[in-house]
Design a protein around this ligand. Structure first.
Ligand SMILES: [Zn+2]
Ligand SMILES: [Zn+2]
Length: 315
């Protein structure tokens, strides 16, 4: 007879931050399968604000490829929450259009296009860093309706402000404390641990991909460079290529689960000793009473199980 014993839950803490998650496995396989809205009800290209016929009317901040046949384009966000002419909410918001084709998603694009996207993020980071008031840059993607995307056309966003989110200040402080005590970077140490453990998904000479010990989201995945690099502008060509390949495979795996996702990079400009990472967070669970009330997250998919799932896509 199959066992009916319910797997035991386990409270886990983030590597560095005071963030807690209850890993509470369910017996059944995939508890969340939602349909990706943009795969089903795609808008008519003529109505899309990010298609070439619309966006080519606007001033581009960056164009990759020939002007009339571009592959990636970066423009200002038309409805920014922060702007450089508002001293009470100072910042910059940009939209990175990842392809001119409305029917292609990021994981449909060739690796070379994903490499170009990482290069575009880096180029914008260099330019935004020139404004001495900018202290924080977030590069992120919302894929799918539940993850907050209002436009189906594949794009990501850049959000830069003169304000550092408190939880990141706290992370920088804790990272510094760790360095004082151990003499090493906590993320370099995490790479060492995770590349030997059950949560490793993929590694090569450039990058390490794993599901974090205290995954806040089901199927959460992190990509880190092996080298201790402060931000995306420091990646070399080989690292970008490895990264792009891994990202494409990860997004394909998440697509097969039917989950929308977010991914993001943070950068605190004046902390120049961070370890770059990309966090990919599929949005399968809806945070409810426990999460909102206590701040403790419940994740029904143990990261060890998520890693087993991902490894199939990295063979
Ligand atoms: Zn479009
Ligand atoms: Zn490091």
């Amino acid at each position: 007879m199959p066992s009916t014993r319910r797997p035991r839950s386990e409270l886990r803490k983030d590597y560095i931050q005071d963030k807690y998650v209850l890993i509470a496995p369910r017996r059944a396989g995939r508890p969340y399968t939602v349909r990706r809205p943009e795969r089903d009800g795609r808008r008519d290209a003529r109505e899309c604000a990010l298609c070439p016929e619309e966006i080519d009317q606007e001033k581009a901040l960056l164009t990759v490829g020939p002007r009339s046949d571009w592959r990636i384009k970066v423009v200002s966000n038309r409805f920014p929450a922060v702007s450089v002419d508002n001293p009470r909410a100072y910042g910059v918001q940009e939209v990175v259009i990842e392809t001119p084709h409305p029917e292609r998603q990021l994981d449909d694009l060739p690796v070379s296009a994903v490499v170009e996207l990482l290069e575009a993020y880096a180029a914008r980071t260099v330019e935004l860093t020139e404004d001495p008031r900018i202290q924080y840059i977030l590069i992120f993607k919302n894929d799918g309706g539940r993850a907050g995307a209002s436009i189906a056309h594949s794009h990501s966003q850049i959000f830069a402000t003169d304000f550092i989110p408190p939880h990141l200040l706290d992370k920088s402080k804790k990272t510094f404390e760790y360095k004082l005590h151990h003499g090493t970077c906590p993320y370099c140490d995490v790479i060492g641990q995770e590349s030997r453990g059950p949560r490793l998904v993929h590694e090569d000479d450039q990058i390490v991909v794993f599901t974090p010990y205290a995954s806040m989201h089901n199927y959460e995945l992190w990509i880190l460079p092996r080298r201790h690099l402060d931000n995306i502008t420091a990646l070399n060509g080989q690292e970008r290529k490895s990264w792009a390949k891994a990202l494409k495979r990860a997004l394909r795996a998440i697509g097969d689960l039917g989950l929308p996702y977010n991914y993001y990079f943070h950068q605190i400009i004046y902390d120049q000793d961070q370890h770059l990472y990309m966090k990919i967070t599929p949005r399968g669970s809806v945070w409810a009473g426990v999460e909102i009330g206590s701040g403790i997250i419940i994740n029904p998919i143990p990261p060890e199980k998520a890693a087993t799932y991902y490894r199939r896509f990295f063979r």
